[in-house]
Ligand binder design. Structure first.
Ligand code: NAP
Length: 533
């Protein structure tokens, strides 16, 4: 059992800054839990300078060393045992079964990155050999591969204390690609953040890694996050959270003297379209399952279905309303989420163009245990007001009723970027489904057929991201093997003698990689070309 010290972890040292104090709070009882101090500029400077020093050493670690490091982190997280699950449950109210599953996902993704790094293929080695006697000019020897960016700032979200937490997907993928990481800990779960640092500390010692490869700054101020993103040592940002937070970091990063990339995964309404025959043959069943998907985890998933587009069906509406009203209320994670939810529901239900189908009185306690809500509007109103597309984070969905299939396509055309988009259809809906699918892939990262968006499989073919505002970089994913690519960039080496080249690009192919050599994928060695030098 680890004895919690209520500190931040900076390059191997445990620190209590002499600045503002904040407390985590139990979402169940509302009582204060642990007390921590927010880091300030001095602690940020220490973490940044250590990360810069560590980068010189960490970036040249072998793929085997980095792979072992990631596997060791997973082992050390597991060896925290029930203490980690109980601490995260106390701070989030998400429950032990959910935390157990999330720990498996978190360790699983660390091990998956460890395997990818060990295989070495991710660097995408490509070699074009020289043609010294090419006319009219000789062709140089050019070799290209992925290299790490430098220290990465990571911000996690409150709704995934493990999978998107201090050692979640962003930290794992940044470390895997060879970058030190500085985490700004989420203020909702500081003791959980601290426990992860104990695991990292043990893994760093066991693997003899540079101490500055990982730091975690506890903090409950926007200023700390802003200063971290502004810091000249930081070369990229991994963010999971609200659109407001992600957008703030995108703007700060873009206005630095040297702008840096921000990979922000933000909110989404994940629209579901129910085609005509699917609605008439199994509308009620879709409505019941939709209600379960909306209420799952008190709606606190970035993939929660916040909008469902139909051509109108009373049985469907009743099934959704009944399903949501009969599902016991769940807990919200923190006051910020609760206050934002109640404010948004009050605002939207005050509008004449939105109807609350399973209306109940809102009370003060609804900021902690809100009702499961279904709203309804017309496609006509939805099409003229983009604010109806905004995420209400929590167990809330809105049915958008269209006059006909043509109008449903217009609604599909109106969506901004989303993480997912879904079609429910039967074989008889083929023409309509085709027309919808063609549109859906233009605004969503993942297109789903006859399923529901909640539940994100972690595997190489997963795409978790989407056009803005779902994420800041639509061509990247934050889940799956390719998440590493966000924190690396291609470097081409022209005319370098073999001795200077990274192992992945050497003639002898010592890592036994499948490389693109003169346009062909091959594992073979390369015969050095005499360039006359
Ligand atoms: P959040 O309030 O945005 O917080 C995330 C982190 O950003 C915290 O460390 C927060 O710390 C910081 N932050 C937020 N706004 C900031 C600002 N303006 N300036 C500086 N720092 C700022 O998000 P959350 O409530 O924890 O998470 C829920 C949201 O995450 C939902 O919208 C959900 O859809 C989204 N989410 C998205 C994904 C995805 O993969 N797309 C996954 C999970 C969750 P401070 O408050 O201390 O500043």
């Amino acid at each position: 059992m680890v004895k919690l010290n209520q500190k931040s972890y900076i390059a191997g040292s445990w620190i209590i800054p002499s600045s503002e104090v904040f407390q985590s709070k139990s979402p169940v009882t509302g009582k204060a839990l642990a007390t921590y101090n927010s880091c300030g500029l001095a602690e940020l400077e220490a973490a940044a300078s250590a990360a810069q020093t560590a980068f010189a050493e960490y970036r040249v670690c072998s793929h085997i060393q980095i792979s072992e490091f990631l596997n060791t982190i997973a082992e050390e997280i597991e060896s925290l045992g029930d203490q980690l699950l109980e601490t995260a449950d106390a701070e989030s109210g998400l429950g032990i079964p959910r935390m157990t599953g999330e720990r498996a996902r978190t360790c699983g993704q660390l091990r998956a990155f460890a395997d990818i790094v060990a295989q070495g293929q991710w660097v995408q080695a490509s070699i074009d050999t020289a043609i010294p006697d090419r006319k009219p000019v000789p062709k140089p020897d050019l070799r290209r591969m992925m290299r790490p960016l430098g220290p990465v700032a990571v911000f996690g979200a409150s709704n995934f204390p493990f999978a998107y937490g201090s050692v979640g997907g962003d930290t794992a993928s940044a470390l895997a690609a060879g970058n030190p990481v500085i985490v700004k800990g989420h203020p909702s779960h500081p003791a959980t953040n601290e426990l992860f640092c104990h695991a990292l500390d043990a893994a760093i010692t066991r693997c003899n890694m540079p101490r500055g490869v990982f730091s975690m700054l506890q903090g409950a101020t926007h200023e700390l996050g802003g200063e971290l993103v502004k810091h000249p040592v930081v070369q990229a940002v991994g963010f999971t959270g609200s659109l407001g937070g992600g957008r703030a970091f995108m703007d700060i990063a873009a206005s630095r003297p040297t702008p840096i990339p921000v990979f922000a995964e933000m909110g989404s309404v994940n629209p579901i379209f129910v085609a005509t025959d699917a609605m008439s043959t199994r509308g009620e069943a879709i409505g019941t399952t939709l209600a379960a998907s909306v209420a799952m985890g008190t709606g606190q998933f970035c993939t929660s279905p916040g909008v469902v587009v139909t051509t109108g069906n009373a049985d469907f509406n009743t099934a959704v309303a009944k399903g949501l009203s009969e599902t016991p209320r769940g807990l919200l994670l923190n006051d910020n989420i609760g206050n934002a939810l109640v404010r948004a529901v009050k605002e939207i239900t005050a509008r004449s163009d939105v109807k609350w189908l399973n209306q109940v009185e809102l009370s003060d306690s609804d900021t902690s245990t809100p009702p499961n809500i279904v709203l309804k509007t017309s496609a006509q109103d939805f099409l003229v007001d983009k604010t109806l597309q905004e995420e209400i984070f929590g167990p809330v969905t809105m049915i958008v009723e269209c006059d006909n299939e043509q109008q449903m396509l217009q609604v599909a055309d109106s969506f901004e970027g989303n993480l997912t988009a879904t079609v429910h259809a039967t074989d008889k809906d083929k023409t309509q489904a085709n027309a919808l699918l063609e549109r859906l892939e233009q605004f969503a990262g993942r297109v789903i057929y006859n399923g529901f968006p909640t539940g994100v499989e972690v595997c190489p073919s997963q795409q978790h991201g989407g056009p803005y505002p779902a994420s800041s970089a639509a061509s990247t994913t934050s889940v799956g093997a390719d998440a590493m690519l966000r924190f690396a960039r291609f470097v081409a080496y022209q005319g370098l003698p073999d001795a200077y080249l990274p192992s992945a690009l050497k003639n002898d192919n010592p890592l036994n990689l499948l490389r693109k050599v003169n346009g062909e994928l091959t594992q073979s060695k390369i015969l050095p070309v005499y360039t006359g030098v």
